[in-house]
Design a binder for this molecule. Structure first.
Ligand SMILES: Nc1ncnc2c1ncn2[C@@H]1O[C@H](COP(=O)(O)OP(=O)(O)OP(=O)(O)O)[C@@H](O)[C@H]1O
Length: 240
């Protein structure tokens, strides 16, 4: 379970997150939606202990991520597909992470198989396409077999086969009882993948709940999203 409670994060005079509260539950895929600059990445960074909150809290099963001694066994995340050193092979990258986190070496082969990278595991990550790096990021998140998974724009750069694969994986992870929390700008993809959505704008909660409730009222998730966020968009083409 992910719980964000009255979270505020300021960078100097910029308020990236302005008192945000929401919950993402086990057994559900929860989509995290919002226009550019809404504070999604900042929220995920605080949730994963990469940034400290100005006030409020973001916890995983009631505890801030940094306080979890189980590390990758407790939560896995894909925040940046460039996280692996380009000079390392995928196998070496994952093996080092497994060792550092006290995970069994067999997990490396298991997650490489899970994400479809077994054949290219001996290639340097610098030669990977963006879609392959995204798959490696997903493999990294899965390494500790954690109950909570967080993915920031996971299908960015994936081809249609990759997008379909990722959708199936997220659904299966949730069906196994895990909390799956993902941000994406691809509303159609979110409509096909998520059970629940959390919509933010300018660092505030705009809506939270089952996707059907939100989409049903407006006609589609895209219509609901555009209506909800129309007052929270900083940049718009054509001066509209
Ligand atoms: N390290 C930082 N220093 C200063 N301002 C920051 C920093 N990180 C984020 N911001 C600002 O905080 C606000 C929220 O940014 P954030 O990246 O969290 O939004 P986002 O919803 O992830 O956007 P996008 O969809 O474009 O990725 C923006 O105004 C951004 O410029």
């Amino acid at each position: 379970m992910i719980e964000v409670d009255q979270l505020v994060k300021r960078y100097g005079s910029t308020t990236a997150v302005a008192g945000l509260s929401f919950t993402a539950r086990p057994g559900r895929v929860t989509g995290f939606l919002g226009p550019n600059g809404a504070g999604k990445t900042t929220t995920l960074r605080v949730l994963l202990g990469l940034d400290a909150p100005t006030s409020g809290s973001a916890t995983i099963d009631g505890v801030p991520f940094r306080s979890h001694r189980r590390g990758l066994r407790h939560a896995g995340a894909l925040l940046d597909a460039q996280q692996a050193h380009p000079g390392l092979t995928a196998a070496v990258h994952l093996a080092a992470l497994a060792r550092a986190n006290g995970l069994p070496g067999r997990r490396v082969d298991e997650v490489l198989g899970e994400v479809g990278l077994t054949e290219v595991a001996g290639r340097r990550v610098g030669t990977y396409s963006l879609g392959m790096r995204q798959r490696l990021g997903v493999a990294t998140a899965l390494l500790g077999d954690p109950p909570v998974l967080v993915f920031d724009e996971p299908v960015n750069g994936m081809d249609p086969e990759g997008v379909r694969w990722a959708r199936g994986l997220f659904r299966r992870l949730a069906a196994e009882g895990r909390t799956v929390f993902l941000s994406s700008h691809l509303i159609g993809e979110m409509a096909a993948t998520a059970d629940d959505v959390v919509v933010v704008g300018r660092g505030r909660l705009l809506a939270e709940g089952p996707i059907g409730d939100l989409a049903g009222a407006a006609g589609s998730l895209e219509d609901a999203f555009l209506e909800l966020t129309s007052a929270s968009v900083d940049y718009r083409a054509g001066g509209a």
